[in-house]
Write a protein that binds this ligand. Structure first.
Ligand code: ZN
Length: 245
């Protein structure tokens, strides 16, 4: 067994300050001191500067997501669909040097050796190709591309916990799991700022050396939507927040 630890893990904040604040308050209530960030602080939402400030202040370790890289020109914007591109261009206009420097400082993967955790936004196999882990088959392949016991990801905005037994069998869990000695795991912590699993509540994960669970937190969706309207961000991005799709 590795060292004992306790982390809150957050991903895909997407410039949603209301959901990020609600999640960080919940993490405080749980008395968790250390927060890991799995990428995409910006994109889609109306508060890129405020969200970067909070992530900088509160997160012990952070890695880059595809939207973070798009804003600083590391990932070409033709990778993105129209609405995402509009939001990326809008975000670029909001950021100053401090924010850009922070995004540039993020690494693409992070390994916590003592805890045997591997942090990456999209997939261990191709971290900067931003491919998705959407099926058990995708997961099975990706288990070959990291050596740690647990891989923490985001990117699809749909939380899940995948367990790999020593036999090679792969099992899917939705909300929580108690870790077994000889198994390995890929955990998608869901999205703080734009959930897409049909539940509009913000998602994050609590993980320690014994278990992991996905937590959902209510936040003021209408406030975020009002700000997005005012900023002139695409209608589709505004509407999807209340549906969680
Ligand atoms: Zn994202």
């Amino acid at each position: 067994m590795g060292a004992s630890f306790r982390y809150a893990v957050i991903s895909d904040v997407h410039s949603n300050l209301e959901s990020l604040t609600a999640v960080l308050n919940d993490i405080d209530k749980e008395k968790i001191k250390k927060v890991l960030f799995i990428g995409d602080v910006v994109g889609y939402g109306p508060d890129p500067v405020g969200c970067i400030e909070l992530i900088k202040k509160r997160c012990t370790y952070a890695v880059a997501g595809n939207h973070d890289w798009a804003v600083i020109g590391y990932t070409p914007s033709d990778y993105f669909n129209y609405n995402a591109r509009v939001a990326i261009e809008w975000t670029k206009e909001q950021l100053g040097n401090d924010e850009l420097e922070f995004l540039q400082s993020l690494s693409i993967v992070k390994v916590l050796r003592k805890e045997s955790l591997f942090l990456v936004h999209a997939s261990p196999k191709e971290p900067d190709a931003w491919s998705y882990i959407l099926s058990l088959h995708d997961a099975e392949i990706n288990f070959q591309y990291f050596n740690e016991r647990i891989c923490l990801i985001g990117h699809s905005h749909v939380p899940f916990i995948i367990e790999r037994l020593p036999s090679g069998e792969i099992v899917l869990y939705r909300e929580k799991i108690e870790f077994k000695e000889s198994c390995r795991y890929i955990i998608n912590v869901g999205s703080v700022g734009q959930p897409r699993d049909g539940n509009p509540e913000a998602a994050y994960a609590i993980i320690n050396d014994k278990y992991a669970r996905i937590v959902r937190v209510r936040y003021d969706i209408e406030m975020t939507q009002k700000k997005m309207k005012k900023a002139g961000l695409p209608e589709f991005l505004i509407e999807r927040l209340s549906k969680g799709i």
